[in-house]
Write a protein that binds this ligand. Sequence first.
Ligand SMILES: NC(=O)c1ccc[n+]([C@@H]2O[C@H](COP(=O)([O-])OP(=O)(O)OC[C@H]3O[C@@H](n4cnc5c(N)ncnc54)[C@H](O)[C@@H]3O)[C@@H](O)[C@H]2O)c1
Ligand SMILES: O=C(O)C(=O)C[C@]1(C(=O)O)C=C[C@@H](O)C=C1
Length: 302
Amino acid sequence: MLPFARVSVIGLGLIGSSVARAVRQHMPTVRLTGHDADPTVRATAERLQLCDDIADTAGAAVTDADLVLLCVPVGAMGAAAAEFAADLPADAIVSDVGSSKAGVAAALRAALPDAQIVPAHPVAGTENSGPEAGFASLFHGRWCILTPVEGTNPAAVARVEAFWQALGANVETMTPEHHDLVLAVTSHLPHLIAYTIVGTASDLEQVTCSEVIKYSAGGFRDFTRIAASDPTMWRDVFLANKDAVLEMLQRFSEDLTALQRAIRWGDGDALFDLFTRTRAIRRSIIEQGQDEARPDFGRSHE
Ligand SMILES: NC(=O)c1ccc[n+]([C@@H]2O[C@H](COP(=O)([O-])OP(=O)(O)OC[C@H]3O[C@@H](n4cnc5c(N)ncnc54)[C@H](O)[C@@H]3O)[C@@H](O)[C@H]2O)c1
Ligand SMILES: O=C(O)C(=O)C[C@]1(C(=O)O)C=C[C@@H](O)C=C1
C-alpha cells in the first residue's frame, strides 16, 4: 500500500521538482499538487507537467493533501508553512527537505502548532537549481535523514520513511541537533571552503590577468562546481546552522594550521600520513557506492 495518496509539494525548484518526478515514476497513482511562490516557476512546472495541478496559492495546494512537503530554502520554511496553516487538513503530515534541521523544525512547529511534523533531509543534490534542473533518479541509493522530535507519532514517521524508500532512498533517523553537527562537517563546511577558494582565486585573477581561469585544471574545477551552488539556499543554511558550522570551522582552522606548520618545517611524514589517510577515505566512499561522479550526475534527466 502507498504511504500517501495526495501529495502537495511547496517549492518546485531542484528538489521539489525531483520529488515530483520521482513520485510520478515510482507512485504513479498518487495525486500530485504543486505550488511555488514564483509565478515563473509555476508556469515552468505547468509546461513540464510536473504535477496534476499547480495551485496559485499555498492554501489551495494543501486543502486535500495527506502529505505536504516543503521544498523551499530553509530561511523560508516558517513563512511558507504559515501561508497554508489555515487550510491544512487535520490529519495531514507535514515534512520538508531542508539541509539543516533544528531551526527548520522550530520554525515549522511555531507556524503549525497542532500539525504532525516529520522533518527530513534527502542528502542528494547538485549545484543547479530551479524546476528544469530536477530529475527522478536524484534520490536513488542516497540517504534521507528523518529528524522527528519526541512526541511525534511513530506511525507518521513510518509513513514518511516508506515515502522516501519508495523514491529509492535509504532512510536513517537521528535528532535534529546531531544531524546539524554531522552535516556541518560533511556538507556545509565543504561548501564554505569551495566558496572561499573560488573567491580567493577570483581576487587573484585581478593580479594574474585571467591565468586562474585559463589554467584551471581538475582540482580547481571541482571546487567551482560546488561554489556554483545556489546563493539563497546556502546563505540560509549557514545562518540557520551557525553554531555547528562555527564549531567545525574552528576544528578545521586548527588542522589547517597544523598542515601549515608541517609544510613550513619540512615535515614530509606528517603530510604523507594525512594524504594516505584521506586517500583511504575517498576509496571507501567509492566502494560503498556513494561516489557522486556517477554517469547521470548533474545532467538533464528527462
Ligand atoms: N540543492 C541541493 O543540493 C539540496 C539538497 C538537499 C536538500 N536541499 C534543500 O532543499 C530545499 C530547496 O532547495 P532547492 O535546491 O530545490 O532550491 P531551488 O532554488 O531550486 O528551489 C526553491 C524553490 O522554492 C521557492 N520558494 C521560495 N520561497 C517560497 C515560499 N515561501 N513559498 C513557496 N515557494 C517558495 C522558490 O521560488 C524556488 O522555486 C532547501 O531547503 C535546501 O536546503 C537542497
Ligand atoms: O553534490 C552537490 O552538489 C551537493 O552539494 C549536494 C549536497 C551535499 O553537500 O552533499 C548539498 C546540500 C544538501 O543538503 C545535500 C546534498
